[in-house]
Design a protein around this ligand. Structure first.
Ligand SMILES: [Fe+2]
Length: 324
């Protein structure tokens, strides 16, 4: 009951701010977190409502001990360090054809759903991916080199947020920009393609593997390079199209099948670029420093119960917050 009341108040404040932002035609943020023009008392209310949520993250600011990792990865130590540097600089790292075509075929052959004839959709068609064999787990989801890069980036043990999923992106419409999203009020509609520039929950680190060839004519993610270095604070949702394009160089997350992109979605602005009739299939794995674990959601099921025993400490610890 209390939560319902809180949400109602929060919604009303948001609606008011949205309207105010629209009238001011802000060039920075549309919508609920527009900077400037917000009366002080409303800003205080907004922060208070968010306070409890913020408190839940405090314990995760402190790094967790990183498990040792001596498993052989795909990269040499020098390559791992070079990629880490790029990731720290840009907030995103793309490595072309990191996984071979055979490895990708192995993943898709383990999907529990038929993906050969996908239907166009107004939303992501997420597919659960729960039965995981050792090859997929230790060589794809917890690939040692990638996991080491992520742990060094966060300087903390990364934890899998939930079992990975495969997403089918097959939109029946062309791109919707952040401005369209706001002006046409798609925010409240059923369209759910993350077309607005946004950051996700704090400390969310995302690892995507392209399971098909994706080019500029396909739906793909756009990332505002170096945006992780700008503290957005609570102003993290629905950044304006103009602000992003005027201030950042864009990264197009495209590539051949097997290409990966890692990005700090918790503090870097990103959105999906949609293209009518284009098709993208991605394997998505989400890590955090320990917050936002989706308890009970997509628990991991192993075909072979001995699977975990073969993992190194870094890999094993990354599974420790999940129901297995
Ligand atoms: Fe996102």
């Amino acid at each position: 009951m209390l939560i319902k009341i809180k949400n109602k108040i929060f919604d009303s404040v948001e609606k008011y701010l949205k309207l105010k932002a629209y009238r001011k035609n802000s060039r920075w943020f549309y919508g609920k977190y527009v900077l400037g023009g917000i009366p002080f008392h409303l800003r205080v209310v907004t922060y208070l409502l968010k306070f409890k949520e913020l408190c839940s993250y405090i314990s995760h600011i402190f790094p967790r001990k990183i498990g040792t990792s001596d498993s052989k990865g795909k990269l040499t130590v020098e390559q791992e360090n070079t990629h880490l540097k790029t990731l720290k600089e840009n907030g995103i790292l793309i490595i072309s054809e990191y996984f071979s075509s055979e490895e990708i075929d192995h993943i898709t052959s383990h999907l529990e759903h038929d993906i050969s004839e996908p239907k166009k959709s107004a939303t992501y068609g997420r597919i659960e991916f729960r039965n995981i064999d050792r090859k997929i787990l230790s060589e794809v989801l917890l690939e040692p080199s990638l996991l080491r890069i992520i742990s060094k980036f966060y300087q903390s043990q990364p934890f899998l947020r939930h079992s990975s999923s495969v997403s089918v992106t097959y939109p029946d419409f062309d791109d919707i920009t952040s401005r369209d999203y706001y002006e046409k009020d798609k925010y409240d509609s059923e369209v759910n393609f993350a077309n607005n520039w946004h950051c996700d929950t704090p400390y969310l680190f995302q690892c995507y593997v392209l399971l098909n060839d994706v080019d500029l004519q396909s739906p793909h993610m756009l990332f505002a390079k170096k945006s992780i270095h700008r503290p957005f604070g609570l102003n993290n949702y629905n950044a304006s199209e103009e602000y992003v394009r005027d201030n950042f160089e864009l990264e197009h997350c495209i590539g051949k099948k097997g290409t990966i992109y890692l990005f700090n979605g918790g503090s870097g602005l990103h959105r999906l670029f949609t293209k009518k009739d284009g098709f993208r299939l991605t394997l998505e794995t989400y890590f955090t420093k320990g917050n936002s674990i989706l308890d009970g959601y997509l628990p991991i099921k192993f075909e072979n119960p001995d699977t975990v025993k073969n993992l190194d400490e870094l890999q094993r610890r990354s599974l420790s917050s999940l129901k297995i």
